[in-house]
Write a protein that binds this ligand. Structure first.
Ligand SMILES: C=C(OP(=O)(O)O)C(=O)O
Length: 911
């Protein structure tokens, strides 16, 4: 057979009109009138419009017949092609394309056709010389799929302005053929028959023939009920064993159910299926290919199936039922409001707020509308609204809660055809990767074309939906890990309360933002009541007044606080006060955007990681410097489990080394020596760096992790710098002064002998020359040189360091600069300079685990949070293990930074 001219329809001649044919013959005359429920979006727009006309300032009735839309039908009179029902099929290549289009779009959301079964029959169809053996419903389904496919191709061509008038009508021809074939079905109702009707529904939706779709779906519902698809197999009597597998029956039933809810919502008509009227188990989440393969039927490759998307749609459809009910009540009640006679209702209304809400409401309705007529009407409303604000009085009672809008948006968009998230449109595996708020946003974005809204307008609409701090900002004085007072802040939004606790350093640099301390008697002058008061009395009320929309992100809020403080170092209101609010607001923003905190922080950095990197933790297991009472000058000796393959394994190894170190210290110095320093590391009576490193090396070996763990050192040298010298004996009575060259030599000898990969603050914060010289040398040794006191997370210091080429890594401490946004700006700049970023805790910490999310969000590949010991330190490590598991569960790409922690940012493939 010549495939290019394959014909269909020789057994579909001499046809008599069927019920479907009646529908097909409806030419939609201009007098077309069909019932549209009060809750339909068309009626909603009309209600608003007539209220507007009554209220328009001119007092004149404006009525643009063009803008009045009486139904969803958009085709107008249609040409019929039924006489051509025996025409040629599309060439094989086009047919294949149409089938692929169908299975990669509609099928994902509505899997009522088994793809493996269909494709098998499809192959035999092309191999066969005759149509014998191919059931009428299957042929009708096939040709409907051609109609859908060619309709979609037509849309794509139109968008690309390559539209071919010759082919633009082809989808109609295919569809009419499908209807003609359907007329020859036997009166025996079968699942095939239902599938063909369902496919017709999707063609009708794709061509905006919603009303016709409504009646076609009605037939499908009745046939499904007549063969017992609304109950499980065990309760189905008298049907015989002609039905496909129970799983396929469920998929067909729920496809009907979901579509029924969508149409009910759009047209404002009661759904045909009531919730009490069926009892069918949810379908499985397996793709039909997997399903067929598992029953040993086929050996097909995986397709575009997106997991539990179908199940999510079923759940959304259940919600639609509820939204539908509440909308009916809401809209019917609102439309009846007579503004002049019903002044009582509006007595206490704040009209300014309502005006803004009304505008937002209209924009949302416009965007939610999956039908371009409705969108046009909504857009018309918008124009008129701009001329007069009085319409908002009517809209007051129409305003949906944000929750309603989300529900409505998600449902409408998820079930709308042609917007199924796919890999091609960038939303592959979306249900696995995103929470429902984002599913809403993603599907909205993918639907922009059909609404006629630009992405900018959509963003505007999405972002202007109010989401702000709703209650007074609370602040309290609490304690940090050293038992010193610190600031706690709580902000409240409609999502709940969001809290943050501020950390504090001991070896502080001179260029850090100023934390406010009370002085006086209480807590030896370390109280933070002034900072607490500044939050409660100044920052909080000012923020409340501003009503920042938290979905707009944190930058505006942080900039506002910086201005409110007015100083260059946050000394007026206190960096501890400002940072507490900034961190709490970051959490509130993340919740408003329905993002995990780490993803929100990534978005604030204006990057979205395609691959999340879980950082290597650097555990400070031996403490010295100003963090401990021993005579060791160097402040921190850290172990980094770079050879592990997950953070969970890394933490296990580090803990094993830590415990082994404890035993070694007991053995060597006695039990009195196992006291720990501020960051949880041991502080045995040692002085020389080599003593510390030897202890650590023995512990690594003793724990069995030799070769898999690297070392980082933070001498925190500003603490022992004075008079041009570095005094390693500053904690004892025996000075041990080194010049910067001698200190550099000491570092180099340590690097030669031990697996050191990172050195932080090797020189004092203003000893630029030494930094510059050492950095050149360290490049040869491939050592990361981190600036802490040197940079103070401050853009000005970063620029200077870049100019001098002093270092290649930024130690990121949020309280050094005082806001989250400025910390992210410093991060951004460091990345631009080709540097690495190393997130850090402070020695005076709290149980707040913010920095764990920060390290993942910015994809920096490593962080330090102290020893694997003490609640405030393990809080961060525990959170990182939670994130690692969460990322795996979300099935978003993620990996442990491991050996390549210095290249994490590029591995995270930020967009
Ligand atoms: C964490 C550190 O200590 P502190 O918080 O005392 O500055 C450090 O110096 O890197």
């Amino acid at each position: 057979m010549n495939h290019l001219t394959k014909q269909i329809g020789h057994d579909t001649t001499s046809i008599s009109p069927s019920p479907e044919q009646d529908v097909a013959d409806d030419h939609h005359p201009t007098t077309f009138r069909r019932y549209l429920g009060e809750a339909s979006d068309i009626r909603f727009f009309h209600a608003v419009e007539s209220a507007f006309c009554q209220q328009s300032e001119s007092g004149q009735q404006e009525d643009d017949p063009e803008a009045r839309v009486e139904s969803y039908e958009q085709d107008g009179p249609r040409q019929q092609f039924l006489e051509q029902s025996q025409g040629p099929l599309p060439p094989r290549a086009s047919a294949d394309n149409f089938v692929d289009i169908y299975f990669s779009t509609i099928h994902i959301a509505y899997p009522f056709v088994s793809e493996p079964d269909f494709r098998q029959t499809y192959e035999s169809f092309w191999r066969s010389d005759s149509l014998e053996g191919f059931r009428g419903p299957w042929l009708s389904l096939l040709v409907t799929i051609f109609a859908i496919g060619s309709c979609y191709v037509g849309i794509a061509e139109a968008e690309g302005r390559t539209s071919n008038p010759q082919t633009s009508r082809q989808h109609q021809r295919h569809f009419d053929r499908a209807i003609a074939i359907a007329q020859n079905y036997s009166s025996n109702h079968t699942v095939d028959h239902i599938c063909a009707l369902l496919a017709q529904c999707f063609y009708l939706l794709a061509t905006c023939q919603t009303d016709r779709c409504w009646t076609t779906l009605g037939s499908a519902v009745r046939i499904a009920q007549s063969i017992g698809l609304h109950v499980e197999d065990a309760h189905r009597t008298g049907v015989g064993n002609t039905l496909p597998s129970p799983e396929m029956c469920r998929r067909v039933w729920y496809s009907i159910f979901v579509l029924d809810r969508l149409l009910a919502l759009q047209l404002g008509r009661p759904p045909a299926i009531s919730e009490a009227g069926f009892d069918v188990q949810l379908p499985s989440q397996q793709s039909d290919v997997d399903f067929a393969n598992s029953t040993g039927q086929y050996g097909m490759h995986e397709t575009d199936w997106v997991g539990d998307y179908f199940i999510a749609m079923i759940k959304f459809s259940e919600i639609i039922g509820r939204v539908f009910e509440s909308l009916s009540i809401l809209l019917v009640a609102s439309i009846c409001v007579d503004l002049d006679s019903d002044k009582e209702i509006f007595k206490d209304t704040d009209w300014t707020a309502v005006d803004e809400d009304a505008e937002v409401c209209l924009k949302v309705c416009q965007a939610l509308s999956s039908n371009s007529n409705a969108a046009r009407l909504a857009s018309d409303m918008m124009q008129r609204l701009k001329k007069t604000r009085t319409i908002s009085k009517v809209l007051k009672n129409l305003i949906l809660t944000r929750g309603d809008l989300f529900t409505l948006g998600e449902t409408m968009n998820c079930v709308a055809i042609g917007v199924v998230p796919t890999a091609e449109n960038g939303f592959g595996n979306i249900t696995d990767t995103l929470p429902s708020g984002d599913l809403f946003q993603a599907t909205m974005l993918s639907q922009l074309d059909s609404t006629g809204l630009s992405q900018e307008s959509f963003n505007l609409m999405y972002q202007t939906m109010p989401y702000e701090v709703s209650e007074p900002v609370m602040s309290f004085q609490r304690l940090d890990s050293r038992g010193k007072p610190t600031v706690q802040v709580e902000v409240e939004t409609k999502d709940g309360k969001f809290r943050a606790l501020v950390p504090s350093g001991a070896s502080k640099g001179d260029y850090e933002a100023i934390e406010l301390r009370d002085g006086g008697e209480a807590y030896g002058g370390a109280g933070v009541q002034k900072a607490v008061q500044n939050v409660q009395e100044t920052i909080g009320p000012a923020l409340l007044e501003k009503q920042y929309d938290l979905e707009m992100g944190l930058k505006e809020i942080d900039s506002f606080m910086i201005k409110l403080d007015g100083s260059s170092d946050k000394s007026h209101l206190g960096a501890n006060a400002i940072l507490g609010v900034s961190m709490a607001c970051a959490r509130a923003c993340a919740a408003a955007k329905k993002l995990p905190l780490y993803d929100f922080l990534a978005s604030e950095l204006q990057s979205s990681p395609k691959h999340h990197i879980v950082p290597v933790p650097f555990f400070n297991v031996l403490n010295g410097g100003v963090h401990s009472g021993n005579t060791m000058a160097f402040q921190e000796f850290m172990i980094a489990p770079t050879g592990a393959n997950s953070i969970t394994q890394g933490i296990q190894w580090a803990t094993e080394v830590y415990q082994t170190l404890r035993s070694i210290i007991i053995k060597k110095f006695g039990t009195a020596a196992i006291g720990i320093g501020d960051e949880g590391g041991f502080a045995p009576p040692i002085t020389q760096p080599t003593e510390a490193l030897d202890l650590i090396m023995s512990a690594i070996k003793g724990a069995g992790h030799e070769g898999k763990i690297n070392i980082g050192i933070d001498p925190a040298s500003s603490e022992f710098f004075g008079d041009g010298h570095y005094d390693l004996g500053f904690k004892s009575n025996k000075p041990s002064k080194l010049s910067s060259t001698e200190l550099a030599d000491l570092y180099r000898s340590l690097v030669d002998k031990y697996p050191i990969v990172l050195l932080e603050d090797p020189f004092a914060q203003d000893d630029w020359e030494s930094w510059k010289f050492f950095h050149v040398v360290s490049k040869i040794d491939n050592i990361e040189v981190v600036g802490d006191d040197l940079l103070a997370t401050n853009l000005i210091r970063i620029e200077k360091a870049a100019e001098v080429d002093a270092c290649d890594s930024l130690l990121l401490k949020v309280n050094q600069i005082g806001t989250v946004s400025e910390s992210l700006a410093a991060t951004k700049r460091a990345y631009e300079l080709g540097w690495v970023v190393f997130v850090s805790h402070r020695s005076g910490e709290t149980t707040d685990d913010f920095i764990a999310d920060l390290a993942v969000g910015i994809g920096c590949g490593h962080l330090k949070a102290g020893a694997p010991c003490r609640g405030e330190r393990v809080a961060k490590y525990n959170r990182l293990m939670d994130i690692e598991e969460e990322l795996q569960a979300r099935k978003v790409g993620s990996s442990y930074a491991g050996e390549s922690f210095r290249y994490a940012y590029s591995q995270a493939k930020f967009a």
